[in-house]
Design a protein around this ligand. Sequence first.
Ligand code: GDP
Length: 295
Amino acid sequence: MTAPGLRPITRKLLELTRALRRVNRACSTFQTFAEVLRLPKRQMTKLAFPLQELQRQLTPDARLDLHVKIFDPSLEDISKAESVFTATGRNRIEYLSSAVRLDHAPDLAQPEVCFIGRSNVGKSSLIKALFSLAPEVEVRVSKKPGHTKKMNFFKVGKYFTLVDMPGYGYRAPEDFVDMVETYLKERRNLMRTFLLVDSVVGIQKTDSIAIGMCEEFSLPYVMVLTKIDKSSKGHLLKQVLQIQKFVDSETQGCFPQLFPVSSVTYSGIHLLRCFIADITGNLKTDGFGQLELNT
Ligand code: GDP
């Protein structure tokens, strides 16, 4: 029997153990797709196809609104695409250089994708999660909003280049619009722009400026919804439906399917890797509807 004076301490210790277990669970990420495939089916679907998981909550006719099947790779396709993002002796994934002006950007022939978003939207965390299979790559994760003031170029083997654009909004560099605008307008090998929106707060005024820019230059872009682990299912579904409605009615160049992700749980990260590998031309079908790595 516990002495009366010890009871509150024991209770506190128990609470602490439970809290630590919760933190542990939240931090256990599934960086490789092989780990995801070992999960029970429901949990696996939630991590691999977060939009599909959300869609289940809708009535059958409302389900059409989410366009989950436009990019709908098989589990095998996702596994194959992972090798593009896995650093090996033959597939060097590395930081290349930074630039404040387009004419300082590396002159590369391979396809390029860029990531843009408001400061604090979770851009560095997302790029870090995408590169988690290349642990040598150093992606700075900001503590203070607005620290990324340069375009940072990362080379993903012979496959493509990924560009981390400066965050906009609060304390953005004065020449931000000039820098980003020129890059978006003039970069010849830019295949796709990934525009990040915080799923907790939805599309903000500053996001609309970036959306307007992509639309004005007729760029093909994709909306990635970050931090999906932070909201309840109900709140997330509401935001996703609102953003989807906006994309359907107000945009021309935006890919109709949204990509919800969490850099904490790795939900949606594997699907996004597969999408990037696909649109940069690094996956091809083998004629039987299956994706194969372009070597
Ligand atoms: P950036 O300014 O857009 O590069 O944003 P960061 O990647 O530095 O993230 C801003 C803040 O959001 C940091 O405190 C991150 O830890 C947090 N964050 C980023 N992504 C996620 C996510 O997926 N889930 C949660 N819960 N927090 C995130």
